[in-house]
Design a protein. Structure first.
Length: 396
């Protein structure tokens, strides 16, 4: 049987592009397509001091993966901001949870990186790989599976066959839909508002998160002293926050953050993202695998979504390489099932943990008030729990 490619990866954002990098040396012929053509014009301007509104808190497990793929030396020049501690507190409680990297013997808990810079570094790395063809502005339209191959058609009227099609195409995955893989999920009726802000007090290379009854508000430290905020707020309140003028927003966020970092002032546009939890019932089917948000999307309060997707990419690439070494068909469901077995339970556990935290804290229920406060006190008073939480947060 003749194939155009061994593998087609649909989606070239952080997760899909990382998988392509991880497979670039496997001897396989890869096609990576993405419907969106990012504008990397900023990369030509050495004086560019604008920050991407979308940033990610990368765990050390993720930066280790990038190190292994040769991406980290490029990213380290792209002003990532290490964060050495996390301070988390609750609307009602006086207790604060403090997670310090020194408690687990590490220099930092992770790095805040701009999404566009990570994607750019990955695309640059792919441009040098002869085994990988990256086509941007090309979207998946149809998918046909038979016993020996998968055939896709694209918006540029091409029909392309491969042994395996991998969906790295995000929450509304077309690969998942066309492969008839079900997913379950629910909308949080919250939106995450992101922006760049100045704070009167220095962020001290710490992440800060306050759980409000309207949703969690996080400040993530940036390299130049500013902070990136992720304010997950219930829909009505989020709409109000988006409609406020800058002065009113500054006052609202300063108060919401209890003056923890002094007066807060907006330094960018605001953008809002509706939030939902979603999980695919299966990550694999014959000649299909799903990774990243195509398989699972979770509440951003723990900053884990992309980190989970990167672990998916690392796991699936290893399983594919082992299959090649053992001369097995990389598209066989039996081969791919190992990926599902390895990743599904952990992803689901993280989805449940973030969902539970959001439900516990994002409400005014008097009934849950005691639980909220005692939960914080309990975590704070158990000597072994804090390092455990941090190891989980660092992806260890
Ligand atoms: C406000 C906010 C803050 C977050 N902060 C963090 C954080 O700090 N740390 C963290 O780990 N995670 C964080 N996350 C989660 C993280 O952003 C996602 O988990 C991650 O972006 C998912 O990456 P992905 O590559 O799987 O999917 P996506 O980023 O959604 O990429 C999917 C790609 O597929 C392409 N595509 C879609 N359909 C098609 C098609 N038919 N044909 C071709 N291409 C297609 C799209 O154009 C896109 O480029 C946050 C999320 C939000 C909303």
């Amino acid at each position: 049987m003749q194939y155009d490619y061994d593998i087609i990866i649909v989606g070239a954002n952080i997760v899909g592009a990382t998988l392509a990098c991880a497979l670039a040396d496997s001897g396989l012929k890869l096609l990576v397509i993405d419907a969106y053509k990012p504008d990397f014009e900023w990369a030509n301007n050495t004086n560019d001091d604008t920050y991407d509104l979308r940033v990610s808190a990368l765990t050390s497990a993720s930066s280790n993966l990038f190190e292994k793929l040769g991406i980290w030396p490029k990213l380290i020049k792209q002003r990532p901001s290490p964060f050495r501690a996390l301070h988390v507190w609750n609307e009602d409680a006086n207790n604060k949870l403090n997670f310090d990297s020194a408690d687990i013997g590490d220099a930092c808990l992770g790095h805040i990186v701009e999404n566009r810079r990570v994607q750019h570094a990955l695309h640059q790395a792919l441009a040098y790989r002869r085994s990988v063809e990256l086509k941007l502005g090309v979207s998946l339209e149809t998918l046909n599976i038979n016993k020996y191959s998968a055939t896709i058609t694209t918006n540029d009227n091409k029909s392309i066959t491969a042994k395996l099609v991998i969906g790295a195409d995000g929450t509304r995955s077309k690969v998942r839909e066309l492969a008839n893989i079900h997913s379950t999920g629910w909308a949080y009726q919250q939106q995450a508002i992101v922006a760049i802000v100045n704070t009167e007090q220095p962020h001290q290379q710490c992440g800060w998160q306050r759980f409000l009854s309207t949703g969690p508000l996080a400040f993530l430290p940036l390299d130049d002293g500013r902070s990136s905020i992720v304010w997950s707020a219930k829909d009505d309140y989020a709409n109000e926050l988006m409609a406020m003028d800058n002065a009113a927003f500054d006052l609202e966020i300063t108060n919401a953050f209890q003056d923890e970092l002094g007066k807060v002032t907006l330094n960018s546009e605001r953008a809002a993202f509706p939030l939902k939890a979603q999980h695919a019932t299966d990550y694999v089917a014959p000649r299909i695998a799903l990774i990243g948000d195509a398989a699972h999307s979770i509440h951003p309060l723990a900053g884990q979504g992309v980190n989970l997707g990167l672990l998916d990419a690392a796991c699936l690439s290893e399983i594919i390489k082992t299959a090649i070494d053992n001369r097995r068909d990389i598209g066989r469901e039996h081969t791919l099932k190992k990926y599902q077995r390895t990743r599904k339970a952990g992803n689901l556990a993280m989805l449940a943990a973030t969902d539970g935290l959001n439900k516990l804290f994002s409400n005014n229920s008097e009934l849950l008030n005691g639980l909220r406060n005692s939960g914080f006190s309990a975590i704070n008073s158990l000597p072994h729990i804090t390092p455990l939480f941090m190891r989980l947060a660092a992806g260890k």
